[in-house]
Design a protein around this ligand. Sequence first.
Ligand code: NAP
Length: 301
Amino acid sequence: MASSLPTTMKAAVLDKAGPPEAFQLKSVPVPPLTRGHVVIALDYASVGIWDVKQRTGEWGVVKPGTILGADGSGIVVAVAPNVTRLRVGERVYSYSYESGFYAEYISVAADRVERVPDQLNQQIAGAMPCVALTAHSGVQALKMTPGQTLLVFGATGGVGSFAVWLAAHESDVKVIGTARADAFDYLRALGGEPATDSSEGFDAVLATANGETLPPLVSRAKTRAAVAYPNGVEPEPKFDGHPSVPFDGKMTRGAFESLNKAIGDRTIPLRVEEFPFDDIVDAHRRIDRGHVEGKIVLRIR
Ligand SMILES: NC(=O)c1ccc[n+]([C@@H]2O[C@H](COP(=O)([O-])OP(=O)(O)OC[C@H]3O[C@@H](n4cnc5c(N)ncnc54)[C@H](OP(=O)(O)O)[C@@H]3O)[C@@H](O)[C@H]2O)c1
């Protein structure tokens, strides 16, 4: 079932790897609806550091006509006949590594799409799918029990924000986080406390980055406390005597359902920097400068 779709759309297209200025806004065909898929009219697309790695060619050759963007939010405008779970008009968010969210429309496998919890707006919903699913996978992998203490290293970035918030609110875990001093208020709003020189006795560590201040903190964790990190963190945070728990953000239907259950009816104090779609170059210049608290999004419409 489909509402009437245009034949062309605006998309941010890369014809080769390069700096932010490599993006060109172009008119391209709206992707066709295929079996098992839905077409979403996007409201927001998230801008992630994985997009930067693709843009610069770090993850391989950029083919002409590439449209980046792995997650976002929008409204379902077409549903393949064999998809019964989603309907035209529903407010959804989606994460799919097939890419293509830097565009007005995307055709995406229905299993990579979930309804947005009623209390969350489209901006937050568009910012969160990849980082929230990744943080949820990491917190679940650590199998912590209420009252334990988790150290989140890099606690105010994308994955870190959700790791802090989910651990504190869903798992009832005490969260200590590392952040720049000007982000301490944000860290507290998420449910964490800044790490200090006397912080110790962590039951587990979740590292969203690696740097020279991580080893001294891990040395103050409990014996055999696990160190979890999303694949992509470099160098891999490995420590003698501490089990490594590398993880990926699960993007299955079950993972989305589990995330929505964890969120429940809560709102999320995620910090979001918004850029109009036409300012895609500025959005990528911003992420290149680093130190983003929370997430960057493109407002597609
Ligand atoms: N495998 C997966 O499924 C998956 C999915 C998503 C992300 N990832 C990976 O997960 C990692 C985090 O992603 P993200 O989107 O959360 O990135 P992000 O928003 O850039 O967050 C990284 C955080 O780490 C901090 N940080 C960076 N370098 C640091 C250092 N040397 N010392 C202390 N803190 C440091 C940053 O703080 P500052 O503000 O001070 O810079 C920031 O808070 C990336 O490596 C990404 O590729 C993997």
